[in-house]
Design a protein around this ligand. Structure first.
Ligand SMILES: Nc1ncnc2c1ncn2[C@@H]1O[C@H](COP(=O)(O)OP(=O)(O)OP(=O)(O)O)[C@@H](O)[C@H]1O
Ligand SMILES: [Mg+2]
Length: 248
């Protein structure tokens, strides 16, 4: 059975896409058949893998998903590309239960061959994020290690609870990963302690350091293991992958 993990945080630019892309790659390199679903109209995960967004998304057209899947160029890692038109779903179908359930059905019955499915979601608590959560078993929340790191998280936590209660979904609030960590900054330890106090043991031991090679890798359409395999960021994402796999 697949682990379906939604990468969420309503804040923009905290490392959701970077984490979704590099963790997916690490899982695939660790022999786990993995699918990355880009559910963000920005299509950053699609571009980061050097792929082109779709014109029409099967979530909107109802066409079979398998037709739109592409191999990422990495063995065992497939991609369901994003589409800019996903923004229309976001705007129009905010509370459409048919649409929110469709993704779940596709992942549960249509694409069950993958050991891991990671869903990259947009920075909002809107319809697409709800769709992503409804289809998932677990959430993985990257938190950028900065002042106000946890501001606004209450709404996200409410949405997760809401999906869990209304959709009868075993949606585990399963992992928090600190990103862009720089221990040279005075504030960093303080923010890290606050996050660990608040979330407890669901915070991964591994933290992702601030490392410019992550941004460079994406701009070349590569993951960090291709672009800078010896970098601190590559090591961190490898360790995060091991922690995710250890959690079962
Ligand atoms: N650990 C890191 N060190 C340095 N730069 C990083 C790190 N993680 C991500 N970045 C860079 O920060 C920017 C935002 O990261 P990313 O796109 O992953 O965030 P996001 O949460 O997906 O954003 P959005 O909410 O817009 O989807 C990107 O330019 C990315 O390359
Ligand atoms: Mg993103």
């Amino acid at each position: 059975m697949s682990h379906i993990i939604c990468v969420v945080n309503q804040k923009g630019g905290v490392g959701k896409t970077t984490t979704a892309v590099n963790l997916s790659a690490a899982l695939a390199y660790s022999n786990c058949p993995t699918l990355l679903v880009d559910l963000d109209p920005q299509c950053n995960a699609t571009s980061a893998l050097g792929k082109t967004p779709l014109e029409n998304h099967p979530l909107a057209t109802g066409r079979p998903w398998n037709d739109s899947l592409v191999n990422s160029g990495i063995e065992r890692l497939d991609l369901m590309p994003g589409a800019r038109s996903l923004a229309d779903i976001q705007a129009l179908n905010a509370e459409d239960p048919v649409q929110t359930k469709r993704l779940r059905d596709v992942l549960a019955y249509g694409l069950s061959d993958y050991q891991y499915v990671l869903i990259d979601s947009p920075p909002s608590v809107g319809a697409l994020t709800k769709t992503a959560l409804t289809a998932s078993d677990e959430t993985l929340m990257p938190i950028q290690c900065e002042f106000f790191a946890m501001e606004g998280l209450t709404r996200m936590i409410e949405l997760i609870r809401d999906v869990r209660n209304n959709e009868q979904r075993r949606l585990e609030f399963a992992g928090v990963v600190l990103t862009m960590v720089d221990y040279n900054l005075e504030l960093t330890r303080e923010v890290e302690n606050d996050v660990r106090d608040f979330f407890g043991e669901i915070v991964f031991r591994t933290v992702i350091p601030r490392d410019v090679s992550l941004a460079e890798a994406s701009s070349f359409g590569q993951n960090i293991f291709e672009y800078a395999p010896r970098s601190r960021a590559a090591r961190a994402y490898r360790e995060l992958c091991m922690e995710v796999m250890d959690r079962g």
